[in-house]
Write a protein that binds this ligand. Structure first.
Ligand SMILES: Cc1cc2nc3c(=O)[nH]c(=O)nc-3n(C[C@H](O)[C@H](O)[C@H](O)COP(=O)(O)OP(=O)(O)OC[C@H]3O[C@@H](n4cnc5c(N)ncnc54)[C@H](O)[C@@H]3O)c2cc1C
Length: 298
């Protein structure tokens, strides 16, 4: 296996144009997949052993977190005044967790990343890798969806942006055009005071793939009534699942157990999870509703 370390985007796109070349970020998904299934590199010209991996490691353009107060996102986010964080796609989960604005203003994302893998995984793995893997169990996806994140995609031909919700098409499927890379993720900062919560249920307490997860972002009005609710579940559908009916049922209510129980009943009636080796569909349906009840005790 050949690994290239370009130092600028021009060199990167040139390397990526080689037949069978693949983007390598932290490698915690890709290398595991290649090891389990060398045929995953089948489009490499001389077979599995000759795959070319193009590393993001030395590309400064894909790293770092900056606040952009003039940024325009299509989804301004609840109560957002167009303050956005631009997160380089090759920023690691550990770097994100160490960032004061992420911890203070995006707790729903920080809670998800704090439970992703283990410390060594979080030191290597990147936000971009989690997004591009497009797993229904990808822990960053439900929080990024409720936050209204956008992705910035680049190729040798230029840059374009789209909503994350439009970028993820299915398990392992994204809206990448050939030769494109994920450059950055733009995350609107919600208003101070929004309720943010992430919870994941797995088969054990550490290093667990989500059996069901829920990210919630709720904006309350001055009287403490729900003005906007965004709810996104992981691991219950081919992509992150939203339930507009449950969100609508919460508007005008308080974050009480009564209101949340009614919304949870709607979730259980609408969600259509599958049975797999980690859990039954019936268990997932029950837990998908139950996770909502947690918002009453925050
Ligand atoms: C032990 C273990 C535990 C784990 N636990 C969890 C967990 O709890 N939750 C969870 O969600 N995941 C978990 N994972 C999966 C993995 O760690 C994450 O998905 C991680 O964020 C992947 O990032 P990476 O940088 O390692 O991606 P890589 O493995 O380098 O890449 C993943 C895929 O994305 C592509 N890619 C990466 N970056 C870009 C980019 N900028 N542009 C275009 N394509 C790109 C690669 O070509 C590849 O196809 C775990 C993995 C392991 C090995």
């Amino acid at each position: 296996m050949n690994v290239l370390f370009p130092r600028d985007l021009k060199g990167f796109f040139k390397a990526l144009a080689e037949p069978g070349a693949r983007v390598l970020a932290g490698g915690t998904d890709l290398l595991v997949r290649l090891r389990a299934n060398p045929q995953a590199t089948a489009n490499a010209p001389e077979g599995a052993g000759s795959a070319t991996l193009v590393s993001l490691d030395r590309l400064a353009a894909l790293r770092g977190i900056v606040e952009d107060s003039k940024a325009e996102t299509r989804d301004a986010g609840p109560g957002n005044l167009h303050r956005t964080l631009r997160i380089g796609a090759a920023t690691t989960h550990a770097e994100l967790l160490a960032h004061p604005l992420v911890r203070a203003r995006l707790p729903v994302l920080a809670q998800a990343l704090a439970e992703l893998g283990s410390p060594p995984i979080r030191n290597m793995a990147t936000l971009g890798g989690n997004i591009c893997t497009a797993s229904p169990a990808g822990d960053s996806l439900p929080p990024l969806l409720v936050l209204g994140a956008e992705v910035e995609l680049a190729s040798a031909a230029g840059v374009r942006r789209m909503a994350l919700a439009e970028f993820i098409l299915g398990p392992g499927r994204t809206a990448f055009m050939p030769g494109e890379v994920l450059l950055a993720v733009h995350v609107p900062l919600p208003a101070v005071g929004c309720v943010q919560h992430f919870e994941k249920v797995g088969r054990r307490s550490a290093l667990a793939v989500a059996v069901v997860s829920l990210a919630a972002l709720v904006r309350l009005d001055r009287r403490g009534r729900i003005a906007e609710a965004r709810l996104a579940w992981g691991s219950v559908a081919p992509t992150v699942w939203r339930c507009p009916e449950a969100e609508a049922a919460l508007i005008g209510r308080t974050l009480s157990l009564t209101a949340l129980s009614a919304a949870a009943a709607i979730v259980r009636a609408r969600v259509q999870p599958i049975d797999d080796i980690r859990a039954s569909a019936a268990y997932r349906r029950e837990v998908a509703g139950n996770l909502l009840l947690r918002l009453a005790v925050l």
